[in-house]
Design a protein around this ligand. Structure first.
Ligand SMILES: [Zn+2]
Length: 263
């Protein structure tokens, strides 16, 4: 599943490809024909990412809301474009590029002037320019839920998926089942700052890279490769060589090292 860094990266890339242009919109699959007809011929003004939600603002007062879900993806191409695949929910075509949106969980139009209510439904976005961590930290400190669940709760904060939550808890030596109420303010501020740094590396490298910690040099190192994780999807812990414990929490696999994350 795409995590927050993928969507922020897409927001940046898509704005560069077709931003400020009059767009030809179509729904090859037919499931978004009415929406595509409304978008067709209007100007795509800018993108916005809120956690895993990608918003495309258009000049006629409508915003296209995309959530890829587990299996959705974007397909970029250059003009002259190939015929779309049948499963393409929405094709947006500009002068030089097209963006196909395939298999999204959500593809809908919303009035742009109602977007403020939408933004308030989600916790602060770790990748926003100046996010306010206080709202997220206050919420965590009031909760008896395990920190592993709170980090992925998009009402608490936006942007973290299963891989990042696994890796960040391991990097900080935190037991995933630690309750929110048992974490102090300083610990949570450190956690917030580290998550933000990791996600920013993710945006730059367009992959989840956590093996070099929070070091910015990773951005260069990662350009050739895919995702690099410490314990996510691994059998043994790179620090202590102990077995990685796998369990299920809220339907998602949770990995942790019982030795390094005993606290
Ligand atoms: Zn370990």
């Amino acid at each position: 599943m795409p995590e927050g860094h993928t969507i922020h990266r897409a927001a940046r890339d898509h704005a560069a490809l077709i931003g400020g242009q009059r767009i030809a919109a179509s729904s090859p699959q037919g499931r978004f024909s009415a929406g595509a007809a409304i978008l067709n011929g209007t100007v795509f003004v800018r993108t916005e990412a809120i956690g895993k939600h990608l918003l495309y603002h258009f000049d006629m007062g409508q915003t296209l809301h995309i959530h890829l879900g587990l299996g959705g993806y974007f397909s970029i191409g250059t003009q002259p474009v190939d015929p779309p695949r049948e499963v393409t929910r929405l094709r947006l075509e500009g002068a030089t590029h097209k963006i196909d949106i395939i298999g999204p969980n959500t593809c809908e139009l919303m009035p742009t002037d109602e977007m403020e209510n939408f933004r308030l439904r989600y916790g602060p976005d770790l990748l926003a320019e100046n996010p306010d961590p206080d709202r997220a930290i206050a919420r965590i400190r009031k909760s008896r839920a395990p920190i592993a669940r709170l980090l992925m709760d998009q009402k608490v904060m936006s942007g973290i998926g299963n891989i990042y939550r696994t890796e960040i808890l391991w990097l900080r030596g935190l037991n995933p089942m630690t309750r929110g109420v048992d974490l102090d303010e300083a610990e949570l501020r450190g956690l917030w700052d580290d998550m933000r740094a990791l996600l920013q590396i993710g945006v730059e490298s367009n992959a989840i890279i956590t093996t070099g910690g929070l070091n910015g040099e990773l951005v260069q190192a990662s350009k050739h490769g895919g995702e690099r994780t410490n314990i996510y999807g691994k059998e043994t812990c790179p620090t202590c060589d102990g077995a990685i414990t796998k369990e299920t929490l809220s339907g998602r696999t949770l990995y942790h090292c019982a030795t390094c994350q005993a606290a």
